[in-house]
Each structure stands twice: as C-alpha cells, then as structure tokens.
Design a protein around this ligand. Structure first.
Ligand code: UGA
Ligand code: MN
Length: 256
C-alpha cells in the first residue's frame, strides 16, 4: 500500500533546510506520496521548485491559517495549534482524489501526518505500512519526556506513558500514529479541530475513528523509538542585521 504523508509547512528561515532533510528521507521510502500543504495564501516559488526537483511523487497544496488562529510573533508556541487547516486541506484533497480513482472507498493505503521538523527513521514507514485501522508507536523527545508511548499488554494498548494529562482520549503526538486510507474514506467528515483545547488536537481527529482497544501497536509492541519530535532552533540574525544596516547584508537573490 502507498503511504500518503501529509506535511504542513510555512515560510521561515529554516524551511528549505527542513524540507530538504525530509524529502531526502522520503526518497528512501518506496511507494510514498507526499502531500505538502503550505500555510500560505499562494504556493511559494521556494516550495514549488524544491518539490519539482525532489524526485518524489507529490501533491502541492496551500491553505492559509485564518488570521485569528495564527500564532503572532512573541506568542508562546503552545498558545494555538499549528498545521490544523493544512492537515485538513490535505485530507480534503486525498478524499476527493481517491474517490475519483478506480476501487473507490476500498483502496489500500496509509495516511501519516509528518511535521516538517521531526526526524523519521526509514523503519517507521515499514512499520506503518500494514496499518488496518490506526497503528501507534512511541515518539522520542516529546512532551518534556525522553519518549511518550502507548503501553502494550497482551498485544493491546491498555494505557499511555505520558507526562501530561494521561486522561486525554489519545495522549499521543501527531508523529505517533497512522491511519488506513479506508478508515479516512469511510469517515468523510473526520478532521482536526482547531478549537480543541491544548493537547487535544490528535484526540479530536482520532476520537471519531477508533477506540483504544482497537489500536495496532507497532515498533515491537511500542518498545522502539523510530521517530523523534525534534525542533529546530530559530537561527540568530544579529550579524546579518548589523551588516544590513551598513548596506552589506547577504545577497537576497541567494535562496537559503
Ligand atoms: C506539536 C506537535 O508535534 C504538532 O503535530 C502539533 O501540530 C503542534 O504541537 C500543535 O500543538 O499544534 P510543534 O513542534 O510544537 O508540534 O509544532 P510545529 O512543528 O511548530 O508545527 C507543526 C507543523 O505545522 C509543522 O509541520 C509546521 O511547519 C506547521 N506550521 C507551523 C504551519 O503550517 N504554520 C505555522 O504557523 C506553524
Ligand atoms: Mn515540530
């Protein structure tokens, strides 16, 4: 089955570096279709060009985050959920596109939400490829912990190892689950709720699709970390700004 990877992304200094790293990981994954959704009112030349040269099978979409939902400079990063409208736009495209394909709602496939800054081992894609409904696994370096993971007993997920609000329906990071295409197509209205309280974004999507008892543990009964919630430091531009003030800034024609 094809893995459809939905990635929200937005313009900032590290965007090209993030997308380069991600695309070069994905080049090693067979049968992967990358759905890149820019948080922007239009497709940008940087992303358009990067995708064209990537060698990947991809779909390029865009969907700006509504102004009142967007983080403003100086806001703490947890204030508002990120990538919501973009993931929902990816789901909308996928449902529409797949309905037009032969086989309709019974197509094999797996849907995974891959943020542009995380680190993905190739193994995680082979783990998720056999997803029947919703598969789950640990995520490293997340939630103020070494890792968060579903706890598996007798082959079933019975609870979650997390440092914060374990009572959430699905206390998991976005990087810790994949959903079968069939389930996505069978639930045409399920999507991410941008109004969900902090930490409940993943639950808002999964709640209507699956119960804890049905989750399929991967990565050796959730004992292996194969994806990391890494976050890229914002580059400092102090010298750049100082030089710019003297008219000696870096050439704006050089794409970074
Ligand atoms: C954590 C989770 O790992 C995310 O999946 C979740 O969306 C996020 O919290 C949340 O609470 O909304 P974190 O590292 O804090 O992730 O979030 P980012 O990596 O900054 O953003 C998630 C994705 O949205 C990234 O792919 C990023 O490129 C994209 N994004 C971010 C936008 O499209 N627009 C923005 O304004 C910010
Ligand atoms: Mn992130």
């Amino acid at each position: 089955p094809t893995i459809f990877v939905i990635t929200p992304t937005y313009a900032r200094l590290v965007q090209k570096a993030e997308l380069t790293r991600l695309s070069q990981t994905f080049l090693h994954v067979p049968q992967l279709h990358w759905i890149v959704v820019e948080d922007s009112p239009h497709k940008t030349p940087l992303v358009t060009d990067l995708l064209m040269k990537s060698g990947l099978t991809y779909t390029h979409l865009h969907m700006p985050t509504a102004k009142d939902r967007k983080l403003q400079e100086g806001d703490p990063s947890w204030l508002k959920p990120r990538g919501v409208e973009q993931r929902n736009e990816g789901l909308r495209w996928l449902r529409e596109d797949r309905r037009a394909q032969p086989g309709g709602d019974t197509q094999q496939g797996v849907v995974y939400f891959a943020d542009d800054d995380n680190t993905y081992s190739l193994q995680i894609f082979e783990e998720m490829r056999s997803t029947q409904r919703v598969s789950v696994w640990p995520v490293g370096l997340v939630g103020g912990m070494k890792y968060e993971r579903p706890v598996v007993e007798g082959g079933k997920v019975v609870r979650f190892h997390t440092g914060w609000r374990p009572s959430r329906p699905f206390p998991m990071d976005m990087a810790g689950f994949a959903v079968s295409l069939k389930l996505v197509l069978a639930n045409p209205d399920s999507c991410f709720d941008g109004e969900a309280p902090m930490g409940f974004l993943e639950s808002s999507f999964l709640q209507g699709l699956v119960t804890m008892n049905e989750l399929e543990p991967k990565a050796d009964n959730c004992s292996k970390v194969l994806v990391w919630h890494t976050r890229t430091e914002k580059p400092k531009m102090k010298r750049e700004e100082a030089l710019q003030a003297q008219g000696l800034g870096s050439d704006p024609a050089v794409e970074v």
